[in-house]
Each structure stands twice: as structure tokens, then as C-alpha cells.
Design a protein around this ligand. Structure first.
Ligand code: SF4
Length: 291
């Protein structure tokens, strides 16, 4: 029986402020799940802490609302603990193993949990990481976050922030993430399409969603003026071109910056290692170790 968007919705209603960009992200992810007909029993959504991290409660899959900054270690552990799940074939495409999605905000992912991002990317852990980036700490009432623009005035920075913001797309490219994309909460169709592609990507897929906080830092108008699709001629296989486009700050390009399917996902490497090791005792393994 075909699953509909409603089949992936939990009975818990989101408590985000009316107009929060995170509603669109939830809507898009539920639609992507339905489009791929993901098995809810083989799908896991992991989060940290923050407004966007409430996400797992609103989705009818497995989920964990973890501790601050830790969606990536949680999602990595879930993925590594389930290496032998069978392949789910969907619409002629294959979503290997369980689908593990880590979600969170810019404070959760780039400040408190910032140390986990490079390692999930360099290991090419087979999961999707969605950061709902509103450039502010919303849940704790509007302090500057690692992606707040310089000179942003908040209650916690009455003279304006004095720090350069991080560039999440540049970070993902520098850490060698194999799928790097940006989208905007005001562009539902593009967001669904990127989530579908990310869920099918064999490896670490990072998506920055520009998702305004209407209560503490409403950037909808700003993004409507500065967001543009990536140039039609951009080749996602060209990393240097992706870097050039990511360095643009006046224009916030959206779309798929970079994709590399040649690098094996960590779960694939892990399977090969398990096969290579075979059924051995710990003593056998220690004896085989030659420094
Ligand atoms: Fe969304 Fe901001 Fe409200 Fe949090 S405080 S729910 S980020 S609008």
C-alpha cells in the first residue's frame, strides 16, 4: 500500500512560532519520505537541542531528541550499529540500509557540536545532515550564533556582534563532504528535490537550509532579495567551481554545490573490513596485528 505524506506525520503538532521557517523543512522532508516511500520502521531522525531539534517528535519514524550539539554522533552510532540491514529498493533507485537523518540548528551544529561535523564528513558516514540555519539562537531568546552576520544587534550584543560568521558550505567543502547543498525555506519544491537526492546519496549529505526565525531575526525579506539558484551551467562535479560560488556572500546561491559518488560510504568500508576480518576471536586479531 502506498504511503502518503500523512503516514509520516506523528500526532504531535509542532509548537514553532507561526511563520517559522522550520515548518517548511518539516513539510519538505515528509514529502521526500513519501516520494521515496521510505519504510518508517527503517528510518531514524536524530537531533540535538534547539527549536529545530524538536523535529523528531513531529515525524512518525524512529527518532531521538538527544543532547545539545550531538545529532551527528548519535546518527553515526545508529548507522554503525545497524550495518546488516537489507537494501530497500525504491522507484528504481536504491536507498541502502536504514535512512538516518540528523537535524539541528546553526548553534547546535556549528558551535556546541562543531567538532563533530568534520569527522562525519571525512568518514563519509552514510547519513543526511540538515541544518536549519536561522543565524540566531531562537530557543534561548535571540543570542548571536556562529552564522550571525557581523554587527547584528541582539539583547546579548547591543553594540552589534564583533565576529565574522562561519560559512557552512565552505566548511562542508573543506571537510570533503560528498554531497553539499543549500536551500531556503521559501523554496519548497527545490528543498524536496534536494532532500530526495540527499536521501539517495551513498555517503555524507549536508544540506544548509536558510530557515528564518521570524521572532528574533526575521530574514525572509533579506533572503528573497539575495537568494538565487546556482548558475544553470554549474557542474556539481567541479569542486573548485563550488568553492568559488560558496565564497559569494552578496548572493546566497541555492542548489547542489557539489557531489562525489566515487568515494565509498563508511558503511561499505565497514562491511569490507568485517568480511576481511572473518569470524575471529579477539586473540586471533591481536596476534595478527603487526605494527
Ligand atoms: Fe522558529 Fe525562532 Fe520561534 Fe524558534 S523562536 S520556533 S526558530 S521563529
Amino acid at each position: 500500500m502506498e504511503l502518503t505524506v500523512n503516514d509520516y506525520k506523528s500526532s504531535v503538532k509542532p509548537i514553532w512560532c507561526p511563520g517559522c521557517g522550520d515548518y517548511a523543512v518539516l513539510n519538505a522532508l515528509l514529502r521526500a519520505f513519501a516520494q521515496l516511500q521510505l519504510d518508517p520502521a527503517r528510518t531514524v531522525v536524530a537531533s540535538g537541542i534547539g527549536c529545530s531539534s524538536r523535529f523528531p517528535a513531529f515525524v512518525k519514524t524512529y527518532g531521538i531528541h538527544g543532547v545539545h550539539g550531538r545529532p551527528l554522533p548519535l546518527a553515526t552510532g545508529i548507522k554503525l550499529a545497524n550495518p546488516d540491514l537489507t537494501v530497500v529498493a525504491v522507484d528504481k533507485h536504491c536507498v541502502e540500509d536504514a535512512s538516518v537523518i540528523a537535524v539541528g540548528g546553526d548553534g547546535d551544529g556549528f558551535s556546541i557540536g562543531g567538532g563533530h561535523f568534520p569527522h562525519a564528513a571525512r568518514r563519509n558516514i552514510d547519513l543526511v545532515y540538515i541544518v536549519m540555519d536561522n543565524s540566531i539562537y531562537g530557543m534561548t531568546k535571540g543570542q548571536p550564533s556562529p552564522t550571525s552576520p557581523e554587527e547584528l544587534k541582539t539583547k546579548a550584543s547591543p553594540y552589534g556582534t564583533q565576529e565574522e560568521p562561519l560559512n557552512p558550505i565552505m566548511m562542508a567543502l573543506a571537510y570533503d563532504a560528498t554531497f553539499v547543498a543549500r536551500t531556503f525555506s521559501g523554496q519548497l519544491k527545490e528543498m524536496i528535490d534536494l532532500f530526495v537526492q540527499a536521501l539517495q546519496h551513498p555517503g555524507f549529505a549536508f544540506i544548509q537550509v536558510l530557515s528564518p526565525c521570524v521572532t528574533f531575526y526575521n530574514t525572509y525579506d533579506q533572503y528573497r532579495n539575495s537568494v538565487r539558484p546556482l548558475p544553470a551551467e554549474h557542474d556539481p562535479g567541479n569542486k573548485m567551481a563550488a568553492i568559488q560560488l560558496a565564497l559569494e556572500t552578496e548572493t546566497q546561491y541555492t542548489g547542489l554545490f557539489y557531489r562525489n559518488t566515487a568515494r565509498p560510504a563508511y558503511s561499505q568500508v565497514q562491511r569490507q573490513l568485517i568480511e576481511q576480518a572473518g569470524p575471529k576471536t579477539l586473540d586471533d586479531i591481536l596476534k595478527a596485528y603487526q605494527p
